[in-house]
Design a protein around this ligand. Structure first.
Ligand code: FAD
Ligand code: NAG
Ligand code: NAG
Ligand code: NAG
Length: 732
């Protein structure tokens, strides 16, 4: 990340704000005050809550800093100081890098340019920025910490500094901090005797290496694993395990039973990743992942096994359904910013969503409709009507069925997972189709999240990230990578949080086992991403051709199958329906429709009688539809149905549907609060209008009119003929 200030100015400012003569400090202080006064005293600091940095203020400083069981590294900065601005990305990166160490040591920051913080900065005797202080654990509230002069300006250097400080920490150290010192053969032998099957990992390293201590701290929050470091000079252990590579890691059981930890590269990031994912190793305080998590009872949506390294169309379609029909539905009137957001979102969906043809047509139709609305505000109900105006070849399934986004519990994953997936797919599609505007998809996402995304804290975090750097994205490739790297930042922040599914821990993605080529090491042994490789990987992973179509919502089938039945039944219906048929088109949907069948038809006086007939027919036919739908799916090329399990699933879903009546249609939706009872009514309306598309109706009418015209024409013809014959007969 580049510093915003140019190097020259930041350097001169740094000198000025630095630790030079007292006179300079005075000037500096005066400048500070002037700056603060000029800006009205309100300054946005350089850090936000999502940076893993504790943001200090007079109100929290006592509670956060003093008598804390963890040590702290404090940065005192002034937000106007160019050098502080230049240093802030390093501080943020460090905070993410040592997030796992938090229980032993954490980072804090305070903006001394903020007038309200001045008392705190004065109390610590701060005169130049940025200043770092190390505050040991259990410091009393008159402590001002240790001033760290000439500290390193890169992440690795700072990390090593922190380790040095922890090692030289006076007694008592942070209780959560594991022993960092080297171990010996004797110690290991006595440990193994009492370890009761715990995992033990030994990091073999050179005497001056920090890797071992870094890995020890990275595993600090994990249970059932102990990491110790062994120096090359510890000859007994080195020869016992015949170690030749330094660094390298061994899993040690007994003095004859040990294995080398397989990793892509011999470096901290790969060791930590591999050790955190060993079987039996879990994050502290997280429920232990149980196989039984996936065994669902009758009332719950069944678990569908899926390939964790693939993207499923079903997630994408479900995300569309949920965002367009549920999330948007809580905005009765959409105007201003929200309307711009909606237009942008639907427009990129229309352009780039790599969907099945009916879905693409539906998106196109609703986008065309939106383009035609030249008004400043629209009603959600009108939008919904445009979206739900379905025909055989234009239809967005009305159900949620997570596949790759299934969580081990109902409250995990699902919609937010699918939203990420959707936008990654869209950025990749924009790149593949060589769109003109590199920011189009990102801006659409930014606006959608800001105006509609139901998780408001997420929206705030995302907005901050977007503000920081989204505007700098200047190519389609950069857009794909921007979203990837920001998603990883979110992953780093959320790792270990309550919202994390224990079966799907948040990792820096793609992990080494998924994309070995994406990872590399800098000369100093720091992990780095090879962005070209990452881009190539993403282009394949999220490509349209690579999307899996298993378990797609079969919701898209009923209109087709029903249509066939409708066609067979046309003569009967034609007589019954008569001129009323045209009305069908207008009654697409009625909100708040009652929930049982009888009152449904009673409450819809405008609904032509034909609808009641269709409803009855549909309900009788439900079970028969099973096999038909399965065959239909098999026959349909783009809807790959793979094995008998799928068939069974379709059957089961259909049976459920029959058994549970209409409620079975979108089981998962029940979990989400549905504003204004949309889903129920739409489900009803869905059943009512199944198979009765506009196309059918208009075909009917056209045929009817044509045949009438034909008959009239024939009548006229014969009448004229007869007259001619009469005249002919009369002539002679
Ligand atoms: C815009 C946005 C902001 C959010 N902000 C927050 C927040 O502030 N706090 C909060 O608690 N939750 C937030 N969430 C939700 C959170 O990010 C996860 O979506 C949710 O916890 C579900 O996680 P998951 O395990 O399904 O994986 P997700 O993070 O949802 O990822 C889904 C899938 O995308 C793939 N993937 C993972 N990382 C990457 C990557 N870097 N690049 C490309 N593909 C990747 C993986 O296959 C993964 O399974 C946000 C969601 C969104 C869409
Ligand atoms: C710890 O890990 C070992 C090795 O995988 C495993 O056998 C043991 O059951 C685990 N212990 C606990 C308490 O999970
Ligand atoms: C099935 O799961 C639901 C939802 O978790 C729960 O309320 C219900 O009690 C469970 N039923 C049985 C028989 O376990
Ligand atoms: C998942 O998909 C990947 C990539 O296509 C494939 O290599 C792997 O075999 C699949 N795994 C399973 C369990 O099907």
């Amino acid at each position: 990340m580049a510093a915003r200030a140019s190097p020259a100015t930041s350097l001169s400012r740094w000198r000025m704000c630095g630790t030079a003569a007292v006179r300079v400090r005075l000037v500096c202080a005066v400048l500070c005050v002037m700056c603060v006064l000029c800006s009205g005293g309100v300054r946005a600091g350089l850090y936000s809550e999502s940076d893993q940095v504790a943001i200090l203020s007079p109100d929290n400083v006592d509670a956060v800093l003093f008598n804390s069981p963890s040590a702290a590294l404090l940065e005192f900065y002034a937000s106007w100081c160019g050098h502080c601005v230049a240093f802030s990305p390093v501080w943020k990166k460090l905070a993410l890098d040592i997030k796992e160490w938090k229980l032993a040591v954490y980072l804090a920051a305070i903006d001394c340019a903020d007038e309200s913080n001045r008392a705190v900065c004065v109390r610590f005797g701060i005169t130049g920025y940025p200043s770092l202080r190390f505050l040991p654990a259990f410091s009393s509230n008159d402590s001002t910490g240790e001033d760290l002069r000439g500290f390193s300006r890169d992440v690795a250097g700072l990390r090593h500094l922190i380790i040095d400080k922890l090692e030289s920490h006076k007694h008592p150290g942070p209780p959560a901090c594991p022993p960092l010192e080297k171990t010996s053969a004797r110690e290991i032998d006595s440990y193994v005797e009492n370890s009761r099957g715990q995992n033990l990992a030994l990091v073999f390293e050179e005497d001056d290496s920090y890797v071992g201590r870094e890995v020890i701290l990275d595993l600090l929050q994990y249970e059932n694993i102990t990491v110790r470091r062994v120096l090359r000079s510890e000859e007994e252990l080195v020869s016992r395990l015949s170690v030749t590579d330094f660094p390298s890691v061994y899993l040690y059981k007994t003095h004859t039973n040990f294995t080398r930890l397989p990793v892509l590269k011999e470096a901290r990031a790969f060791y930590s990743y591999a050790l955190q994912r060993l079987p039996g190793v879990v994050r502290e305080g997280k429920p232990r992942p149980e196989v039984s998590d996936f065994i669902r009872n009758e009332t719950e949506e069944q678990w569908r096994p899926f390939n964790k390294t693939r993207v499923y169309m079903s997630d994408l379609e479900s995300a569309l359904h949920y965002s367009l029909r549920v999330e948007l539905a809580s905005h009765l009137v959409i105007s201003g910013e929200a309307l711009i957001a909606l237009r942008g979102y639907v427009s990129v969906l229309d352009k780039y969503f790599p969907g099945r043809p009916p879905v693409k047509n539906a998106l196109k139709a609703v986008n065309d409709w939106l383009q035609k609305q030249k008004v400043t505000s629209i009603n959600y109900s009108d939008f919904r009507e445009a979206l739900d105006t379905t025909s055989a070849d234009s239809y967005l399934p009305k159900a949620v069925r997570w596949m790759g986004c299934q969580g081990s519990k109902q409250h995990y994953r699902g919609y937010p997972c699918a939203m990420w997936t959707l936008f990654h797919t869209l950025t990749v599609q924009a790149l593949e189709t060589e769109s003109k505007d590199p920011q189009e998809v990102l801006q659409a996402m930014r606006r959608y999240v800001s105006s509609f995304f139901g998780c408001r804290p997420c929206a705030v975090h995302f907005k901050n990230m977007a503000q920081e750097s989204m505007d700098n994205v200047n190519s389609l490739r950069a857009a794909v990578l921007w979203l990837w790297s920001r998603h990883n930042r979110v992953n780093a922040r959320l790792a270990g949080e309550l919202s994390e599914d224990p079966h799907f821990p948040k990792v820096q993605w793609p992990p080494p086992d998924l994309c070995p080529a994406c990872h590399s090491l800098k000369p100093g042994g720091e992990h780095t991403w090879l962005q070209d490789e990452v881009l190539a990987f993403l282009r394949n992973y999220y490509s349209a051709q690579h999307l899996l179509h298993d378990f797609l919502s079969d919701d898209i089938a009923p209109p087709l199958t029903e249509r066939r039945k409708a066609r067979e039944a046309v003569p009967v219906q034609e007589q019954e329906a008569g001129g009323e048929v045209e009305e069908e088109e207008m009654v697409e949907e009625v909100d708040g429709a009652p929930q049982d069948e009888k009152s449904a038809s009673e409450a819809l006086p405008r609904k032509p009688s034909i609808v009641g007939l269709r409803l009855r027919q549909f309900r009788e036919d439900i079970v028969d539809l099973d096999s038909f739908i399965v065959q239909h799916y098999k026959a349909k090329a783009p809807l790959k149905r793979q094995d008998t399990e799928d068939e069974q699933h379709v059957r089961r879903t259909k049976r459920d549907l029959a058994a549970q009546e209409v409620e079975g249609l979108a089981l998962e939706m029940e979990a989400e609060p549905e504003p204004y009872g949309h889903s129920r009514s739409t489900r009803w309306m869905f059943v009512l209008s199944v198979g009765f598309s506009r196309l059918d109706v208009s075909l009917c009418v056209t045929l009817y009119l044509l045949s009438t015209l034909c008959i009239v024409a024939m009548c006229l013809y014969f009448r004229v003929k007869r007259r001619q014959r009469r005249t002919k007969v009369a002539l002679p």
